[in-house]
Ligand binder design. Structure first.
Ligand SMILES: [Zn+2]
Length: 149
């Protein structure tokens, strides 16, 4: 049996499509919804991942670049597919990003000691117990792109 954990995020961004003829070639905005799903094994605290740490990683590597930005400054043709692929690329090495996050001196000491006591994020043994499983990027309530492995 496989267990997955998903966290939802939202960000607002402007864009216009450059290889498209129609109203989407004009500048407009979306409130994108991003669902990040990770898979792995339960640690000895009966959790797969701490949502707080996942949130910090997604904010730092994804949302800070996209939220309230003009996506055309980052992508030549910012379709939802292209943005989703970029997000996947940023989060692909999730295990190392999570470990790196634990080294952030700003991370609350209590959370840090709690998390380093679990098996999932063990700096001495990067055993890939947590990996990125799927992302869904919603451009609207009914239109979204899925990437999964
Ligand atoms: Zn659009």
């Amino acid at each position: 049996m496989q267990i997955t954990v998903t966290k939802e995020f939202e960000f607002d961004a402007a864009h216009h499509l450059t290889k498209y003829y129609g109203k989407c070639e004009r500048v407009h905005g979306h409130t994108y919804k991003l669902l990040v799903t990770v898979s792995g094994e339960l640690s000895n605290n009966d959790m797969l991942i701490d949502f707080i740490i996942l949130k910090r990683v997604v904010k730092k590597y994804v949302l800070d670049y996209l939220d309230h930005h003009d996506l055309n400054t980052l992508f030549e043709n910012p379709t939802t597919e292209k943005v989703a692929l970029w997000i996947w690329d940023k989060l692909e090495n999730l295990d190392s990003l999570l470990i790196e996050e634990l080294d952030d001196p700003n991370l609350d000491a209590e959370i840090k000691s709690y998390l380093t006591s679990t098996e999932n994020i063990d700096k001495s043994n990067q055993n890939n117990k947590i990996s990125l499983k799927e992302i869904k990027l919603y451009e609207s309530k009914t239109s979204y792109v899925t990437l999964s492995k």
